[in-house]
Design a protein around this ligand. Structure first.
Ligand code: BGP
Length: 497
């Protein structure tokens, strides 16, 4: 059995990690713009630090490589041609909310920002690539945090609706696939990027009027984001009948395995899956707020303010499809706290997995986990599933002759496609596969350039130097062959193994 006929093959990036020109044509900072990156020029930030830090004001002498990105802002036409060169039939990027509503709370959109995306979307369509647009990829305008306290404030729902309406009206008939909030289920683990909500121990100015954020603020943000998601579906249906709206999750944590058959570990793994994933996917896909969430509200006295109208919206306007990122799996053992980063949860090391990405990132590699995720989601929701991120970050340098051999990357891709294919054989409706970072971009987790995902190399380094020249890696031709044959080359290879 083959990959489906109209399978969406392509790659995905995010505005804040590639565009640069972070304050051009009226744009104001978004939350990720104040996140400090890791760079060798900046000795106080260690290479092995895993997570970017942020300060509410920019710090002198610190690295913000994302402010210039890979200059996609000026080079997107050529970059998109390179993507088409691999045969992509779709391309995922985000619209930076702050280019359209710079502070988030304006009444009228910023025409210069819209114009920029008009051209970019038209370029994709001219090249025969379906645009897949993330409406907010960790890109809430910073002003909505400093002025309103982020998503804990219900006013953001109104601002969001204005933004969503603007996009749907402008790109009606052009953009068919919309993703609402990137990895929104990171809210509890990383409220700053996923919900522009500060937590109690976050660094901030003591005179900050927002004050400490409580559990209740997080859950209020949760409810507001659920309503905003439903409002988005409702708006899309009323404006563009052909548009499809999906929510977007980090799904690595669905593959949280019990460390062993100790019933506490089995239940613990389920609890981890619930509070890292299903607490968002159940309302987005089924229209219900699960009982285990309500139990937490009750026991910890943190029930958000809700309205009958909001709950009805959540019930009535569920998503058309579910999209997700998958990078790796994790384990649950009682007594071991699961931490997390952009790749998903981190638990006790799984002795059955042998590979991982290189130091200092060391993300375990588990291609079978993607079959588990696809089946788990499909059994639960029976909705089309869209893999919109999967890939591996490597520390790569050009050979003397200007080439890059990245067989390891292709092994990663092929192994994951093998288990995606298995899930398709299991009967799962898989819409497509988008490789994360098909061109080198700034890392979301560490803010560095050194962690390269691309099939296309970009000459830019952690100290900010580089010509920004693009160079094709060997994987480029291999991914092209997979797309050209709709995966048949791999299916024949697997059959002969
Ligand atoms: C996801 C994010 C992406 C991204 C990717 C890889 O969580 O949606 O923005 O960058 O992870 O993470 P990193 O860039 O930290 O390697």
């Amino acid at each position: 059995m083959s990959f489906p006929k109209n399978f969406l093959w392509g790659g995905a990036v995010a505005a804040n990690q590639c565009e640069g020109e972070w304050l051009t044509d009226g744009k104001q900072p978004n939350v990720t713009d104040v996140m400090i990156g890791i760079g060798s020029k900046y000795p106080d930030i260690k290479w092995n630090e895993k997570t970017r830090k942020y300060e509410m004001a920019l710090q002198e002498g610190k690295a913000y490589l994302s402010h210039d990105g890979i200059d996609f802002y000026h080079r997107y036409k050529d970059d998109l041609k390179l993507m088409k060169g691999m045969g992509f039939n779709c391309f995922r990027t985000s619209i930076a909310w702050g280019r359209i509503f710079p502070n988030g709370d304006e009444i009228e959109p910023n025409e210069a920002g819209l114009k920029f995306y008009d051209d970019m979307i038209d370029t994709m369509l001219e090249l025969g690539m379906e645009p897949v647009i993330t409406m907010s990829h960790y890109e809430t305008p910073l002003h909505l945090l400093t002025e309103y306290g982020g998503w804990s404030n219900p006013k953001l729902i109104e601002f969001w609706k204005r933004y969503a309406r603007t996009l749907f009206e402008r790109y009606k008939g052009k953009v068919k696939y919309w993703l609402t909030f990137n990895e929104v289920n990171n809210l509890l683990k990383n409220p700053f990027v996923a919900g522009s909500i500060l937590t109690i121990d976050d660094p901030k100015d003591p005179s900050d009027p927002i004050g400490s954020t409580t559990e209740k603020d997080k859950w209020q943000g949760y409810y507001n984001l659920l309503v905003a998601n439903a409002e988005t579906v409702k708006l899309a249906r009323s404006i563009d009948k052909d548009a499809k709206v999906g929510s977007m999750m980090t799904a690595s944590s669905v593959a949280t395995y019990p460390y062993n058959c100790d019933p506490d570990n089995v239940m613990g793994a389920l609890t981890a899956q619930r509070f890292a994933n299903f607490y968002f996917t159940d309302p987005n896909c089924l229209g219900i707020i699960p009982g285990y969430v309500k139990r937490v509200w009750k026991e910890h006295d943190c029930e958000p303010e809700m309205s009958a109208e909001g709950l009805q919206l959540i019930k009535d306007y569920t998503v058309d499809f579910l999209s997700f990122s998958y990078y790796r799996s994790s384990t649950f053992e009682k007594g071991v706290t699961n931490s997390s980063d952009t790749g998903g949860l981190i638990g006790k090391e799984n002795p059955y997995l042998t590979g991982c990405s290189p130091e200092p990132w060391c993300w375990p590699i588990d291609p079978k986990g993607i079959r588990y995720v696809l089946n788990t989601y499909y059994d639960r929701y029976h909705l089309p599933l869209f893999i919109v991120e999967n890939g591996i970050g490597l520390d790569e340098n050009l050979n003397e002759d200007g080439t890059i051999e990245d067989d390891f990357r292709m092994e990663y891709v092929e192994d994951h496609l093998k288990y995606i294919h298995e899930a398709i054989l299991d009967g799962v409706d898989v819409m497509g596969y988008l490789y994360w970072g098909p061109i080198d971009i700034v890392s979301a987790g560490t803010g560095e350039m050194r962690k390269r995902y691309g099939f296309v190399y970009v000459d830019r380094f952690n100290d900010g130097s580089g010509t920004l020249e693009r160079k094709i890696k060997q994987s480029y031709y291999k991914y092209k062959e997979i797309i050209e044959t709709n995966g048949e080359n791999l299916i024949s290879k697997w059959a002969s193994e």
